[in-house]
Design a protein around this ligand. Structure first.
Ligand SMILES: Cc1cc2nc3c(=O)[nH]c(=O)nc-3n(C[C@H](O)[C@H](O)[C@H](O)COP(=O)(O)OP(=O)(O)OC[C@H]3O[C@@H](n4cnc5c(N)ncnc54)[C@H](O)[C@@H]3O)c2cc1C
Length: 569
C-alpha cells in the first residue's frame, strides 16, 4: 500500500469542504481534498446566502463572483391562506453590512465557482475515506480508489462529507438524528418569475410551500403536504404540479422540471465537532430543515472559523490549544440555530385553529414593532453571532456606546489611505492574518510606530508573523515603515471612530471578530488577554459557563431560602 504524508485531509467537496480548502490556501500547509464521487454532483440543494456568509466569503475573495452569479433579494414574504402576513426587509442592514440582502443561487453554481477559485489545491475525485486511526500525534487515513488503497498520514482530518458523514462515524462522534415530514424539492425552468421579487413561504391547512427564483429563468420549490406529511410522492412532474396546485390553488406556471425529488427532511446535531485531531464542518456536524436555509450558511462559517486556526497551528504560528476554540465557538451557535429552526418549522406546521390564530397574530404584531423584524433578519443573516465566551473580558474603561466587546463581530468599514486609495477593512483580512489596528492619540506618530513595532515583536511567540499592523493617523509622516498600513483619520467613518477611540488599539481575528481592545500603550495589558485567548480553550464553552452561572445562582438562592426558612421556623 502506498503511504503519503500531508498536514490536512478534507473529506468531501461539499460547499464547506471547498470553502475550507480555499481558505487554507492562505497558509503554508499541505492539503488533500478527497471526494468519493468521480465528478461534481448536480443534486439541487442550498440556495440562500445571507449577509454574514457573504462577509466571510469576501475574506477569501469569493463574495464578488457569487454576487455576479446570484439574484439579490431585499425582503422575504410569509403568506397564510393567500394573505401576506409578514414581509421582513433586509434594507436596514445597509448601515451594518455591505450585503443588505439575501442572495439566491443554486449550490452547483456555488460549488463550481469554489472549485474554479482553488489555486494550490486540486480535488482528488473517486477517493473515499474508509478507515481512520488516531495515535495522539498523527491520524492515519485509509483511502480507497478503484479498489486500490492508500495510507495518508495527516496532522488533522476534517469531515466535510455531509449528513451521513463517514468521518463522523469513524471518529465515533455521537449524533442525534431526527426525521421530519416528506419534502418535495424541485428546480424548474420558468418563463417568468414565480415569486413577487422575494423568496416566499406560503402555508395553509393543505401544506407549506417555499419558492425562490434562481438565476437563468429557474426557480426552486420546496413543499410539504400537511394532509399526508409522511407519504413519499413520486419524483415526477405530474406529482409536482399536483402538490403545487393543492397548496396554492393555482396551476404551476413552468416550462419543465429540471429535477424533482422527494425525501424525508432530516435534521441532526453532532454531540461534538471534534474528536482528537478529527474535526467536523457543515452537515457532517449539524443539519437543519432545508426550508429554513440555514445549514449552508452555518457550514461556511464553520469552515472559515476552522480554517485560520488550522492554518496557523499547522504553520506553527500559534499554539495547538487554539484549536479548542473551534468547537467551543461553533457548537453553541449550531445548537441555537437548531432550536430556532425547529421552533420555526413547528410553528408553521401548527394545525389547531387557536394555535394558527395565535401564530398569525404574533407575526402581525412582530411586524408592527420595528425592532422585532430587524432582530429576526439580523439573526437569520448570522450578524448577531458572537464569541464572547471565548474572548478576554472588556476593560471597564472601554465600556461606552458603540464599543465592541471582545468576541463581537467587527463590522466592515470604508477606509482611505494617504494616497486617497479607498479600501475596506475586510479586504485587509484576505491574507488570513490578524489585523492589529492602532488609532493615534496625538502628533507623536513616530512614538506610535515604535509602539506598534514593539507590539509585533512581543506578540511573535504567540502569533508568529501572522499579524498585519495598521495605524490610523491625522497626517502622513516621513519614514512610515513599509509593513505598516496607514489610514487617514480624516476619512474615518463615524462607526469606525466609535469602535476605536484615540490612543486605543484593537486586534481583529482573520474571520472579522474582535480578539481584544485596549487603551494602554504597553504590551503588558495585552499579554494576559492574548494568553487567555490562546490557552483557555476548555473553559470556553458558553453553554457550560451559563449552566455553571445558573447552578451558582440556584445555590445562592436556595441558601437564602434555607436561611429564611430556618429564621421563620
Ligand atoms: C433538499 C435539500 C435542500 C437544501 N436547501 C438548503 C437551502 O436552501 N439553504 C441552505 O443553507 N442549505 C440547504 N440545504 C443544506 C445544504 O445543501 C448543505 O448544508 C450544503 O450543501 C452542504 O452539504 P453537506 O455538508 O451535506 O455536504 P454534501 O453537499 O452532501 O457533500 C458531501 C460530500 O462528501 C462526499 N463524501 C461523502 N463521504 C465521503 C468519504 N467517505 N470520502 C470522501 N468523500 C465523501 C460526498 O460525495 C459529497 O460530495 C439543503 C439540503 C437538502 C438535502
Amino acid at each position: 500500500m502506498v503511504t503519503s504524508h500531508t498536514n490536512i485531509i478534507i473529506a468531501g467537496t461539499s460547499i464547506e469542504g471547498l470553502v475550507l480548502a480555499r481558505a487554507l490556501e492562505r497558509y503554508d500547509v499541505n492539503v488533500r481534498l478527497l471526494e468519493e464521487q468521480k465528478s461534481p454532483a448536480h443534486e439541487p440543494k442550498a440556495l440562500l446566502l445571507y449577509a454574514r456568509t457573504l462577509e466571510v466569503l469576501e475574506s477569501i475573495k469569493l463574495a464578488k463572483p457569487l454576487l455576479e452569479t446570484g439574484i439579490a433579494y431585499h425582503s422575504l414574504e410569509f403568506n397564510y391562506e393567500g394573505k401576506q402576513i409578514f414581509t421582513p426587509s433586509f434594507d436596514f442592514l445597509k448601515d451594518e453590512s455591505p450585503y443588505p440582502f439575501v442572495l439566491s443561487l443554486a449550490n452547483c453554481d456555488v460549488q463550481r465557482l469554489l472549485q474554479r477559485a482553488l489555486v494550490k489545491t486540486s480535488v482528488e475525485w473517486g477517493m473515499r475515506i474508509t478507515k481512520l486511526k488516531q495515535n495522539g500525534l498523527k491520524t492515519e487515513a485509509i483511502v480507497e480508489k478503484n479498489n486500490m488503497e492508500e495510507r495518508i498520514i495527516a496532522d488533522y482530518v476534517v469531515g466535510a462529507d455531509g449528513i451521513d458523514s463517514v468521518v463522523r462515524q469513524l471518529a465515533s462522534i455521537k449524533c442525534k438524528m431526527d426525521g421530519g415530514s416528506e419534502l418535495m424539492m424541485a428546480d424548474v425552468k420558468t418563463e417568468q418569475r414565480l415569486t413577487n421579487n422575494a423568496p416566499s413561504m406560503m402555508f395553509n391547512k393543505k401544506g407549506i410551500m417555499f419558492a425562490a427564483d434562481l438565476p437563468g429563468h429557474q426557480a426552486r420549490i420546496m413543499m410539504v403536504d400537511r394532509e399526508e406529511p409522511y407519504t413519499r410522492l413520486e419524483n415526477t412532474e405530474a406529482s409536482l404540479r399536483g402538490l403545487y396546485q393543492k397548496i396554492t390553488g393555482l396551476p404551476l406556471s413552468m416550462q419543465t422540471a429540471v429535477t424533482v425529488q422527494s425525501k424525508q427532511a432530516v435534521f441532526h446535531q453532532a454531540k461534538e465537532f471534534r474528536a482528537g485531531d478529527v474535526f467536523l464542518v457543515g452537515e457532517a456536524a449539524h443539519a437543519h430543515h432545508p426550508m429554513t436555509s440555514q445549514s449552508v450558511n452555518l457550514g461556511i462559517q464553520d469552515s472559515i472559523n476552522l480554517s485560520w486556526k488550522l492554518g496557523m497551528v499547522c504553520a506553527r504560528a500559534c499554539p495547538e490549544t487554539l484549536l479548542k476554540s473551534y468547537e467551543a465557538e461553533r457548537l453553541p451557535v449550531a445548537r441555537k440555530v437548531n432550536r430556532t429552526t425547529d421552533w420555526t418549522v413547528r410553528s408553521l406546521a401548527v394545525q389547531k385553529p387557536i394555535a394558527v390564530q395565535a401564530r398569525n397574530r404574533t407575526l402581525k404584531m412582530v411586524e408592527m414593532i420595528e425592532q422585532l423584524p430587524e432582530a429576526f433578519i439580523r439573526r437569520l443573516s448570522h450578524l448577531s453571532v458572537r464569541y464572547r465566551a471565548s474572548a478576554p473580558p472588556l476593560k471597564e474603561e472601554l465600556r461606552r456606546a458603540g464599543a465592541l466587546h471582545p468576541g463581537d463581530r467587527v463590522p466592515d468599514a470604508a477606509l482611505t489611505d494617504f494616497e486617497n486609495r479607498k479600501t475596506r477593512l475586510y479586504e485587509h483580512l484576505q491574507e488570513g492574518k490578524f489585523l492589529f489596528v492602532m488609532r493615534t492619540s496625538g502628533s507623536r506618530i513616530d512614538k506610535e510606530y515604535a509602539f506598534i513595532k514593539r507590539w509585533i515583536r512581543k506578540s511573535a511567540p504567540y502569533f508568529g508573523s501572522m499579524v498585519q499592523p495598521a495605524l490610523v493617523s491625522p497626517t502622513p509622516t516621513m519614514g512610515q515603515p513599509d509593513d505598516i498600513l496607514c489610514w487617514s483619520e480624516r476619512h474615518l467613518s463615524r462607526e469606525f471612530r466609535q469602535l476605536i477611540g484615540p490612543g486605543e488599539s484593537m486586534l481583529i481575528r482573520p474571520d472579522g471578530y474582535l480578539l481584544f481592545h485596549s487603551d494602554a500603550a504597553g504590551w503588558s495589558s495585552w499579554k494576559d488577554a492574548v494568553e487567555l485567548f490562546l490557552t483557555a480553550g476548555a473553559e470556553w464553552n458558553l453553554e457550560e459557563q451559563e449552566a455553571r452561572k445558573w447552578r451558582q445562582n440556584f445555590k445562592s438562592i436556595s441558601r437564602k431560602w434555607k436561611k429564611q426558612l430556618t429564621f421563620s421556623k
